[in-house]
Unconditional design. Structure first.
Length: 465
């Protein structure tokens, strides 16, 4: 058992089937860069505290940098028998620098080491994801201003409700993804805490300087309870939740693009590069990318539930179950980053079809609310106005016509509050233009919000370094 860092206690070899079952190196090798960063900071702290000599620390740092170079060059031989990234790195380090390599693990455990590695990994990757989310927000802003005057039906219950504009619609998604970024940024602050120095569960008897390590690693502080530091993964849960909400918003966007690009709606045309054809029907143009984005939301939800389930009944402190934390994080991270990246290009490349949207505005009585508001402005209580317009809509249903087709005499037979000025109320463009309150779809509002949106991005986005 000499090849095992914990082998002194054991007299029998680990079964190969157990090695395969318990090994994590197949996936946690993704943490190599963070593992070595943490080890370098740890070695330097040990020297600063007099736990190691300066020469020993320099030797360890040099060796760790050589190990990292081998990993990045693809020449490093990962071993399943060594279980995880930590032991793989330590074994190769010892091969390179000799027995002093065994001193690196002084005053730490794999328990606090792996917690640190995953935190550092998420800090790096969340920054990349935030950059992608900014790109997606900018893609919506790029469309919103130029399309602030292009009318499109707004829907509730998937029924035509009131007129809005394409620009206003894009700004709704801007707000969603901006909140997603804010949530991630908030989670980032709780992730940027160092567990190193918590040991296996009970801290360290050595005079370690945990704050120094945190500063060297660019973290904001330290986990303040050793049991909590090694045994919780709520920072990973937060990331998985944030990823799930991002994918929910991408799924909603995708669903609308699937609907809007259908022949039944025809409000947008997706770029050919984001669609595929049929092997049997030559006329088909299938919206595969938004459909697949919609589908990928499910796997991020599954990853969140998987880790919640793993953690829900674990006693303090570390348990081997917690090895199951990494694959859900890695999978959701890859899924959401790839999804946001392709969504940016899909949004930039789609073409709106305002003439089809205007045709849709002619059916569904989208200015019925405006007609009720007209009567309110003439002194009728809103509930009575609502009743009057509801009966007018029923009449239009019987006649197969629109509200704008009813003559003034007919309108006045339902309420004497109608006057000759009612004609301008029923125009969809005028309806949108009247909605100037903050958050409304009036074109000037949309252009102003699109310009303000860029300032909001600059104000809230975290900067690197």
């Amino acid at each position: 058992m000499a090849d095992k860092p914990w082998g002194g206690r054991f007299r029998e070899e680990t079964l190969k089937i157990v090695e395969r079952f318990t090994a994590s190196i197949g996936f946690d090798q993704r943490l190599a860069r963070q593992d070595i960063r943490g080890s370098i900071a740890h070695a330097r702290m040990l020297a600063a505290q007099g736990i190691l000599t300066r020469e020993e620390a320099d030797t360890l740092v040099d060796g760790l940098q050589r190990v990292l170079a081998e990993i990045e060059a693809g020449s490093f031989a990962f071993s399943e028998a060594l279980e995880d990234i930590h032991m793989n790195v330590e074994k190769r380090l010892t091969d390179l620098v000799g027995a002093v390599g065994g001193k690196l693990h002084t005053a730490r455990s794999r328990n606090d080491q792996v917690a640190l590695d995953l935190r550092l990994f998420l800090v790096d990757e969340i920054q990349d994801l935030l950059d992608l989310l900014r790109g997606l927000c900018e893609a919506f802003l790029d469309r919103a201003g130029p399309e602030a005057d292009l009318l499109v039906p707004g829907y509730t219950h998937l029924q035509r409700a009131q007129p809005v504009t394409f620009g206003h619609h894009w700004l709704a998604y801007f707000e969603m993804f901006l909140r997603d970024a804010q949530r991630l940024r908030d989670a980032l602050g709780r992730t940027r805490q160092s567990p190193l120095g918590a040991g296996a569960l009970a801290g360290s008897p050595y005079p370690v300087d945990r704050e120094r390590v945190a500063r060297d690693l660019g973290l904001d502080g330290v986990c303040r309870n050793s049991l909590d530091a090694v045994s919780d993964r709520d920072f990973a849960l937060e990331f998985l939740f944030c990823a799930s909400v991002i994918m929910t918003h991408l799924s909603r966007l995708s669903e609308e693009l699937v609907l809007w690009s259908s022949q039944e709606f025809g409000f947008v045309t997706l770029s050919d590069g984001f669609c595929t054809g049929s092997s049997i029907m030559p006329q088909k143009k299938n919206p595969d990318v938004p459909e697949l984005l919609r589908g990928k939301a499910g796997r991020t939800y599954g990853n969140l539930i998987a880790l919640l389930t793993t953690l829900k009944a674990l006693p303090l402190a570390y348990n081997k179950d917690m090895q199951e934390d990494k694959e859900p994080v890695f999978d959701s991270l890859d899924t959401v980053k790839g999804s946001v990246a392709i969504a940016i290009e899909m949004v930039r490349g789609l073409t709106v079809r305002p003439h089809r949207a205007r045709q849709a505005l002619k059916a569904g009585y989208l200015t019925a609310t405006d007609l009720a508001d007209y009567l309110v402005n003439k002194g009728l209580p809103f509930r009575e106005a609502h009743e009057v317009v509801g009966r007018l809509v029923a009449l239009c249903d019987e006649r197969g016509c629109g509200l704008e087709d009813l003559g003034l005499d007919t309108l006045r037979s339902f309420s004497d509050r109608f006057g000759a000025d009612v004609a301008g109320v029923l125009d969809p463009g005028a309806s949108v233009a009247r909605r100037k309150a903050l958050g409304g779809p009036a074109p000037d509002n949309v252009r102003r919000e699109a310009a303000l949106g860029r300032q909001r991005l600059d104000a809230v986005w975290p900067r690197r370094g």
